[in-house]
Every structure is written in structure tokens, then in C-alpha cells.
Design a protein. Structure first.
Length: 263
């Protein structure tokens, strides 16, 4: 039996028996785990706040080989990110992040990178107003962690140029009509190679250039401001991309989309 002590963020909660919960959480050092939190549904136990979605707890748990559930021995609330549950848009964004992470295979060795990404995104959601941009940065970093960053260097169908000018801070796309992000190619189709398909999505030149800048930039020094159209196109294109990669639909995305782009 192995005893592990680490921070973890709750991705999913499920009622279990009368007063308990099964928590699925992303740990800082040990990948994703699930275990029963006794009294997770009982206000009197003092454990209910630790069983809320997206809270950060410090866990001590033990693990036996071939067992699905770990045994939670200690659980202390570290950070609760209350605004993320109070504000509907923020809640939908956090739900989307957690659904994506529930789909990912997360090796123990890389766990801290996924954990930091989620923790930073929760902090940003708690502080700032630009939820759609926090989401785009989350997606770009997650693609990188998964090793499936879209290649924007050339057309993956014909090998042709996508850019007239790529150096400097302001990449200039070669064409003024839409390109496509193609999930099955893991890259871009130039306007001449665009096809109708369920695994590709249109990107106007401005959105492509913005994605290029953002993929290369560190989050902190992103000078370029996206337009609403950039964010909306990239939202759809990256949704199609993840859907293809995971081989399934992401349920939380439909509500998120409805809420983000209704105006
Ligand atoms: Zn092409």
C-alpha cells in the first residue's frame, strides 16, 4: 500500500450512499484519482465544502494496486474559488476545463503541468472578466501538453505557403479568404485545399494569424488583442479539434457556446 500526500483540484463529484461523495480529482504529483470522501454530503461533518466542484484540497490518500478508488485519509480545503461556482459563465468555463481534463490520459510525471494549468486558469477565472480568452489560453496550453499543437507552418495538404511574412511580431497570411484547421491532419489547409468535412473548421486570416501569435507567445506577454470573431472562430475550430482527438463530443461545450456567443 502506497500513501501519497499532494494537492488536488476536484473535477467531478458523485453522491455515494447517504452522506458520502466520490471525488475525482487532478493531483499535483500523481495524475487523476478518485476516492470516497466520507461526510462529503453532510454539512455537519465539515467535509461538504471540500466536496464542491473545482475546490483545491490538500489530500492524503492510500492506494492499493488494481483498486479503482483510493482511500482518502485526510482532506483539507486550501482554496475554494467561490466566484467560479457563483458566476454562471465562469462555472461553464470551469466545467469545460474539467471535462477536457477528464478525457486526458495524464501520466504521473507530467501531472504537475496539468495541475498548474488548471490551478492558474481557476485563479484567473476568479479574478478577471475575460473568460473566453482564459479559455483559449487553456486550450492552447492543453494542446501543447498533449503534444498535438496544430502545425501552422504550411498547408498540410499541398505543402504550400500560408504566410507572406512570418517573421516579426505580426505574421501576415498569404491569402485573404478563409483557411481551415483540419483536426485529422493536425494542421492547416490553405484556401485552395479547403474541403467540407466534420473534422475541419474555417479560420479567417485574422484568426489564423492570432492563433499563430498566441501559440508562440508566453501567456503573460500576449500583446495582440483578439477580436470577438477571432475568439468565436477559434472556439469552434478547437472544439472540432478536441472532439476529433478524444473521439467523442464534449457535452459542456454546447452550454458554453450558447452562453458565450448569444449576443
Ligand atoms: Zn493547400
Amino acid at each position: 500500500m502506497k500513501v501519497i500526500e499532494t494537492d488536488g483540484i476536484v473535477l467531478k463529484t458523485m453522491d455515494f450512499k447517504e452522506k458520502d461523495c466520490i471525488l475525482t480529482f487532478l493531483t499535483k504529483n500523481a495524475g487523476k484519482k478518485a476516492g470516497v470522501l466520507y461526510g462529503g454530503k453532510s454539512l455537519r461533518s465539515g467535509n461538504a465544502a471540500k466536496a464542491e466542484l473545482f475546490v483545491l484540497n490538500h489530500f492524503e490518500f492510500s492506494e492499493k494496486p488494481n483498486m479503482d478508488l483510493v482511500r482518502i485519509r485526510k482532506c483539507e480545503l486550501q482554496e475554494s474559488f467561490p466566484l467560479v461556482r457563483k458566476n454562471y459563465s465562469k462555472f461553464l468555463h470551469a466545467s469545460y476545463f474539467s471535462e477536457l481534463l477528464l478525457q486526458c490520459e495524464i501520466p504521473e510525471l507530467d501531472s504537475h503541468e496539468y495541475f498548474d494549468l488548471l490551478k492558474n486558469s481557476m485563479s484567473l477565472l476568479s479574478e478577471s472578466q475575460t473568460d473566453t480568452e482564459i479559455k483559449l489560453n487553456f486550450e492552447i496550453r492543453l494542446l501543447k501538453l498533449l503534444g498535438i499543437t496544430p502545425n501552422l507552418e504550411m498547408c498540410f495538404q499541398c505543402g504550400g505557403e500560408l504566410w507572406q511574412e512570418r517573421s516579426g511580431r505580426n505574421p501576415a497570411p498569404k491569402f485573404s479568404v478563409p483557411y481551415q484547421l483540419d483536426a485529422s491532419l493536425g494542421g492547416i489547409r490553405c484556401p485552395k485545399c479547403c474541403i467540407p468535412s466534420t473534422y475541419s473548421a474555417a479560420l479567417h486570416p485574422g484568426s489564423l494569424a492570432f492563433l499563430h501569435v498566441r501559440q508562440k507567445a508566453k501567456q503573460s506577454d500576449s500583446v495582440f488583442r483578439p477580436t470577438q470573431n477571432n475568439l468565436e472562430e477559434l472556439d469552434h475550430a478547437l472544439f472540432v479539434y478536441f472532439r476529433h482527438f478524444f473521439g467523442r463530443n464534449l457535452k459542456s461545450h454546447a452550454l458554453l457556446k450558447e452562453n458565450s456567443w448569444k449576443n
